[in-house]
Design a binder for this molecule. Sequence first.
Ligand code: ADP
Ligand code: ZN
Length: 613
Amino acid sequence: MTDTPAPQSPHYILEHTFGYTGFRGDQQAIIDTLVAGEDALVLMPTGGGKSLCYQIPALARSGCGIVISPLIALMQDQVEALRAAGVSAAFLNSSLDFRTAQEIEEQLLRGDLELLYLAPERLLQPRTLDLLMQAPISLFAIDEAHCVSQWGHDFRADYLQLSCLHQRFPDVPRVALTATADQRTRQEIAQRLDLGEARHFISSFDRPNIQYRIAPKNNPKHQLLQFLTTEQQGHAGVIYCLSRNKVESTALWLQQQGFNALPYHAGLSAEVRAEHQRRFLREEGVVMVATIAFGMGIDKPDVRFVAHLDLPKSIEAYYQETGRAGRDGEPATALLLYGLEDVVKLSQMAATSEGSDEHKRQERQRLDAMLGLCEITSCRRRALLRYFNEELGADCGNCDTCLEPPATWDASEASRKLMSCIYRTGQRFGAAHVIDVLRGGDTEKIRQFNHNQLSTYGIGTDFSSNEWRAVVRQLVVRGYLRVNTEAFNALQLTEQCRPVLRGEESLQLRTLPKAPAKSAKGGGESRSRTPVEIVDADLPLWDALRALRKTLAEERGVPPYVVFHDATLREMLTARPRNESEMLAISGIGDSKLARFGAPFLDLLRGFDGETA
Ligand code: ADP
Ligand code: ZN
């Protein structure tokens, strides 16, 4: 590429408006398809760069690009970010007063708008559709297109009616975008949005910058605290819990530990939720403790970690939730802690959920796949991607099993003891009681059922209760045992146990990591990798750059990343630009951002140059 690209060509817009040097992955092909007036269906992981896929063609074509997005609360930030890049963008939703809405409508009719964000319910109002019929429209972008799927928890009835766009605006290209990877959702999108002719663009779903770690719950609070203090000090992140109560208590506890933590769940009022979401986006280093009600459409680029304190109910859900970390491509961590109680609780939920037997069976299968992922001893990323029908050529080197291959032990004899004990107690008791019997406990229940008379009473004193629970959990996950959710979560043997009991099959299980309290004394190595490594000498400048960004963001009432992303600031730190053209060479700085923010940053950098010289 020797020539400068023609003005208003996609490449020119990429460089001058967005400040980037090259397209990523399928971006160019998607943009070309839309610019040529054809439809597209785009599957790209979170952080893959979906926004540019419709923003650039909207700017390159004449007329206004209409972006349909389900979350009113987030439109403002998206529009602010575009305006900072010099794009004429707006949103129409119920939060605007009449006058403002009217002005935007007039701008649209005059052809002065380049991008307009709308919620589907607004778009579908006859009044809005009439308005759009009179205005020049460059394209329709249907974001979060998986909302058409009745299976997912993001289903929006309004999305189903978006197929009317095809009939109403036959000549306007449409693009549907989602980060949901599974085949069924993809087919539903194509069918329900009437995108039969659309070209499909399916990216790799790998997120190499996310480190996946899955650990058994040992002392979850301690494990979480250890993780936050040694690895995530001052970073923004999301902690997912299953219940509202647990969200509340965890947020409170983290606040007491000095973290800037906030709760988020559907039981809080709309105002509180909006306020917490706003603080998460605007402030730096907020830890959001949330149920799955939080997350869709939150395109905060610098979420450094996502932690799950409860097991997600499927790999799809896990992948979508962890995908909210590290959109900016910088290192991020996904930590999942899970235990036997999760396995039991989710089995119960799957069994008692509403819906047909077929639906329950599918939920159960999804849960089993999730549990399988937790217990594997090989590369997590390969297993994850394989679940989405993607084959990785080699182990990833950036998941817990790659970094620290799990130790296993021959658990054949222990498993036999456990199985016999379940059998002898009549397959009628839950894990806690069976373990008490194995460990020769003296409980009311044991006396009541005379279980101290059994041959298996007290044959398992060589393991702690925790170790036994790990054995139970792994045998359930591997299908040797099942939890009967219709009978007090009683443990029962399956056919698979026979060869083990007969001594024909040996069982290798994961070794339980030592309890954190013990290993702390042993002086175990603490992982203190800060994802964003800044050398000490650069810290004063780094802090000054961030402080300046914060001031500029506050003056404009926008989140700091709307001014510049972390990666852009970091490049400034290393490149130390001294004039405007050096500034423009930095990724994330286009013409408009240079005009707006260039001077104060150049001043700051010059000041530091003088000091260190
Ligand atoms: P998605 O919507 O797919 O989750 P975004 O559109 O928010 O992802 O993009 C993720 C991040 O990647 C954003 O910070 C965006 O500015 C950046 N990005 C996207 N495309 C490019 C590119 N071609 N070059 C550099 N950065 C890019
Ligand atoms: Zn790996």
